[in-house]
Design a protein around this ligand. Structure first.
Ligand code: BES
Ligand code: MN
Ligand code: ZN
Length: 489
């Protein structure tokens, strides 16, 4: 997708050379930014006929409008001028357009006041999401939306920030697309080895450093927790290290750690059959790490970024780890695996210990970790866990700015009691209540030496139901965070 912007006077909007024009009308805007006469006439007619109301989310396809050069016009209403509300209008407008023959869409924001980077980024997200089509195991899907170019029209005064937002948004959209694509691939098309190949391909494309460790090397390192999860599967595990260098080699990196369970059956503590297919999405954290590296490598900020991905399958077999088994993690701590379905924290704890070697300035792990987080926060906000207030603020701000929000959850010492056991240094599960928090408390034990945060994306990494599919979240949040860190450095 080709994202552009163009400075234009309001009167020029009707003469724009695109084959579709999306006009977003901000409800209740009092600004004197006037709508060109032809568009205003069409709007007033639609309102009078009751075909459109000035309520957020409302949208109307008009086809050709006399006096407007673009052969298709769509009106969409935003509840207010915020990027969030305007994005909802973009999404509604794009839904009308994407099945049509339009190749080049021009977008005009009416009554928003200044058009800023946030609006431009919202448009790139909405358009990137709208045209993505999964084809890897369904080549017959389609036809692919023809829309290949989106131009945000803006006033001369807003041009600089719109250009900035468009550039940043285009990179994030490419990262989100990659994350969605990889997470959507079924477990037999995205094994740990295939995920590692994708990382190597990304490294080639974007000139990143990459290292892939196999079972032998993982054994030599002493990642006993990752090995325990992988041992039930015929597919060997992979530990992937990806590096983007945008600052001096000596500058401490930001490290992103992704949970890469390419299929989670639960293992011996097997899951119920219903919806088990969705556990192919259990590498959504890993996919978001790859997507973020993709976006960052395109934007080239002055910072060092390392992505770590622990990848394996969680399956039952005669060789699988059993409830009650005790394993030794890379940290040296022993873990009693009371429930083999709490596997994410096991592979992550070894990755966190590995991260210590990189002397990072901050470490953020991203994982589809607990069903309990879905119960707590639903599908809108990811769960954010960190003992560090400044890190919580940075990540919270990044999520808000990217329209990819998270919500901070507690980590009181009292929750740690649940992880005590007579048979090892730590148990891998506590009681059902507060399950997202005890999972984070488990990770916290392995992150004591790190400036660490954990994002539980179990509710946000994919959508269920008729539109089942990966969302690419939280690539937006993470990219914003990394860019902000680069500015702060
Ligand atoms: N990958 C799952 C978490 C999950 C479940 C995400 C459903 C999204 C939807 C994770 O490995 C898991 O199985 N967690 C268990 C932990 C429990 C055994 C303590 C869970 O949430 O049930
Ligand atoms: Mn599990
Ligand atoms: Zn899992």
């Amino acid at each position: 997708m080709d994202f552009r912007h163009q400075a234009i006077a309001p009167t020029g909007v009707v003469a724009t050379a695109a084959d579709a024009l999306l006009v977003v009308i901000v409800a209740g805007a009092k600004g004197k930014a006037d709508l060109p006469r032809a568009l205003n006439a069409a709007l007033q007619r639609a309102l009078k006929q009751g075909d459109l109301a000035l309520e957020g989310g409302r949208c109307l396809y008009l086809g050709a409008v006399s006096g407007v050069k673009a052969p298709r016009v769509v009106l969409a209403v935003a509840a207010d001028a915020s990027p969030r509300a305007v994005k909802a209008a973009f999404v509604a407008g794009l839904a009308q357009l994407k099945a049509l023959g339009s190749r080049h869409l021009a977008v005009w924001l009416h009554g928003a006041g200044a058009v800023g980077a946030g609006h431009a980024e919202a448009l790139t997200q909405a358009a990137g999401d709208a045209v993505y089509l999964y084809r890897h195991t369904k080549p017959s899907a389609g036809p692919a939306p023809k829309l290949g170019r989106v131009t945000l029209l803006c006033a001369r005064a807003d041009e600089a920030s719109v250009a900035e937002g468009t550039k940043q948004g285009a990179a994030i959209a490419a990262g989100v697309k990659l994350a969605r694509e990889l997470a959507n691939r079924p477990g037999n098309h995205c094994t740990p080895s295939q995920l590692a190949e994708q990382a190597q391909e990304l490294a080639r494309q974007m000139k990143l450093k990459v290292q892939v460790l196999g079972r032998k090397e993982i054994e030599q390192l002493g990642m006993g927790a990752l090995l325990a999860v992988s041992q039930g599967s015929e597919q060997p595990p992979r530990f992937i290290v990806l590096g983007y260098q945008g600052a001096a080699a000596s500058a401490p990196p930001v490290v992103l750690v992704g949970k890469g369970i390419t299929f989670d059956s639960g293992g011996i503590s097997i899951k119920p059959a219903a919806e088990m297919d969705e556990m192919k999405f259990d590498m959504g954290g890993a996919a978001s790490v790859l997507g973020t590296l993709r976006a960052v490598a395109q934007l080239k900020p002055a910072i060092n970024l390392v992505g770590l991905i622990a990848a394996c399958e969680n399956l039952p077999s005669g060789r699988a780890v059993k409830p009650g088994d005790v394993v030794t993690s890379l940290s040296g701590k022993t873990i009693e695996i009371l429930n083999t379905d709490a596997e994410g924290r096991l592979i992550l704890c070894d990755a966190l210990s590995y991260a210590e070697r990189l002397a990072p300035r901050a470490v953020v792990d991203i994982a589809t970790l607990t069903g309990a987080c879905v119960i707590a926060l639903g599908h809108h906000r990811s769960g954010l866990f960190t003992p560090h207030d400044a890190l919580a603020e940075s990540l919270g701000r990044a999520g808000d700015a990217a329209l990819d929000p998270c919500w901070r959850m507690p980590l009181d010492a009292e929750y740690d009691e649940a992880l005590k056991t007579s048979f090892a240094d730590v148990a891998n599960v506590g009681p059902r209540a507060g399950g997202a928090i005890t999972a984070a408390m488990f990770l916290k034990r392995f992150a004591a030496k790190l400036h660490w945060a954990h994002l539980d994306i179990a509710g946000t990494a994919w959508k269920t139901g008729a539109n089942k599919g990966a969302t690419g979240r939280p690539v937006g949040l993470l990219t914003h965070y990394v860019l902000e860190q680069a500015r702060a450095a």
